[in-house]
Ligand binder design. Structure first.
Ligand SMILES: [Zn+2]
Length: 491
């Protein structure tokens, strides 16, 4: 009997030491990307934040106050990809919201090989196929033998799909024609029951409001995220899951009304209310201290041209189309080439190489002509020849960002850098925009909160590429495969 008791004790000891050696991980990782949230909004709206919403993150969480996107263009699809892959467009292949793939202009997540699920429109024809590398969620799935569950939720397709990654269990985005959240056959053949129920439950609000431009858009996204926690049983066991939430309404309202508008104030007020609701729900559903959350943005925004000029601040706008016309005319006159600029995507210009070859023109001379012509305009600092980016003594701070955003198979040869403060748009425009290398567009908030996160702040510079490896290091999983960032130490 005594022997048996000893054996039992030994076995119990083994069991408990086994339990102790289990990897210490949170039950749920929640990533929140607030589209177009400038870093300084944390303080612009500081008086407005309630104690249990954004202020709770600032009061108890860890702020990396100098986090920079160190590639261009600072656009949505690139930002969402970078946050979750820890690498830049040159590696992950997501070089813009629209990109040239195999010579055809396509939206970043557009995929004609898959079918819409939950809608008869083409809104569901999307997948992460154009993303070339693994994401944080993919690595979490690999590290747990696919036991971890990974879900992405957003109004925008690209903001749900790219963060969720390739091996995700689901990604859901919004189709206002339904109206409702939809997905594609990349993930499943019919909407899960919980999504159908969610759409039914919220049909009235979805019909009555334009979620893209109304505070209800923020609330609906958070509601959908909470429904995903229940529907997909996220954070309910020892295996960590990942929920990627992206708030898109902030971007739409910013583009329409600008950075200093009452309309945007109202959206951020709603974000604060919904953040409190999200945190309280996570406390209840997953348990306080059991989840690890981060909040960041895919890019910032430049202040509106009229607002800046009213206050005598450096600003300006440039129009791609008028440049294109001028360049095409001059190149035609000098080299006999018709329409040398084949396309432009953001600040990236594509040459018509076939037309250059057909005219037997010296390609380098053509490029030099274009560069000189465009740079002679007062609103342009440089035009970078992406094929020889370091040749001309342009500051590395700028050139490095162009190089990190340049994937030759999907990018044009020339990259236009406007003078600081100048952006692509019209003088009369109301809203704001983004895309440049400057602080306004590239300085993003980065807050960590929850599981094993101390309260604090660091002012040392970090990159957007550091977010994924930080979470990976905390989870003791591999960083995404093309990650070039470093884990950020909490002090
Ligand atoms: Zn965006």
């Amino acid at each position: 009997m005594k022997k048996f008791a000893l054996l039992l004790l030994a076995l119990l000891g083994m069991a408990s030491s086994h339990a102790q050696s289990a990897i210490d991980r949170p039950r749920l990782v929640v990533g929140i990307v607030v589209d177009q949230m400038r870093w300084d909004y944390l303080y612009t709206y500081n008086q407005m934040w309630r104690s249990d919403g954004m202020r709770r993150l600032l009061r108890e969480g860890y702020s990396c106050a100098n986090t920079i996107i160190d590639y261009v263009p600072t656009f949505t699809a690139c930002g969402h990809s970078c946050v979750y892959t820890g690498t830049t467009p040159a590696f992950n292949g997501i070089v813009g919201n629209t990109m040239m793939v195999h010579g055809k202009a396509v939206a970043s997540v557009q995929d004609s090989k898959v079918k819409s699920v939950g809608t008869t429109t083409k809104v569901g024809q999307a997948s992460p196929r154009n993303l070339l590398v693994t994401t944080l969620g993919d690595e979490l799935r690999l590290a747990t033998n696919m036991k971890a569950r990974v879900v992405g939720v957003s109004l925008k397709d690209r903001a749900a799909i790219l963060p969720a990654g390739h091996a995700a269990n689901g990604a859901y985005w919004y189709d206002s024609k339904v109206p409702g959240f939809v997905t594609s056959t990349y993930y499943c053949d019919r909407l899960p029951q919980w999504v159908e129920q969610f759409n039914k439950r919220n049909k009235r609000t979805m019909t009555d409001y334009d979620l893209w431009n109304n505070r209800n858009g923020v609330t609906m996204t958070i509601d959908m995220a909470l429904a995903a926690i229940d529907g997909e049983r996220l954070g309910q066991d020892e295996v960590p899951d990942l929920l990627a939430i992206s708030i898109s309404t902030t971007d739409y309202v910013g583009h329409t009304w600008s950075t200093r508008s009452l309309q945007l104030d109202s959206i951020y007020d709603q974000l604060d209310i919904d953040m409190a609701r999200l945190l309280n729900s996570l406390d209840q559903k997953v348990g306080k201290g059991n989840y690890l959350l981060f909040l960041t943005a895919d890019h910032g925004a430049t202040h509106n041209y009229k607002y800046m000029s009213e206050h005598h601040l450096p600003t300006g706008t440039m129009g791609n189309t008028s440049f294109e016309k001028k360049v095409n005319e001059e190149v035609k006159r000098r080299f006999g080439i018709d329409k040398v600029i084949k396309a432009h995507m953001g600040y990236n210009w594509f040459l018509d190489n076939e037309a250059i070859a057909a005219a037997r023109a010296d390609r380098e001379a053509v490029k030099r002509t274009i560069i000189e012509l465009v740079e002679s305009d007062d609103c342009i600092s440089w035009v970078i020849d992406c094929e020889h980016p370091y040749d001309r003594g342009i500051p590395r701070e700028v050139v490095d960002r162009v190089v990190k955003g340049y994937y030759p198979k999907r990018c044009g040869e020339l990259y236009v850098i406007p003078v600081t403060g100048v952006y692509s748009g019209s003088h009369s425009g109301k809203g704001s925009t983004h895309g440049t290398w400057n602080q306004s567009d590239s300085h993003i908030p980065l807050l960590f909160y929850g599981w094993h996160v101390p309260h604090g702040e660091r002012i040392e510079r970090n990159g957007m590429v550091d977010i994924a490896p930080t979470i990976a290091a905390m989870l003791h999983i591999q960083a995404p495969d093309a990650c070039i960032g470093q884990p950020i130490p909490f002090k």
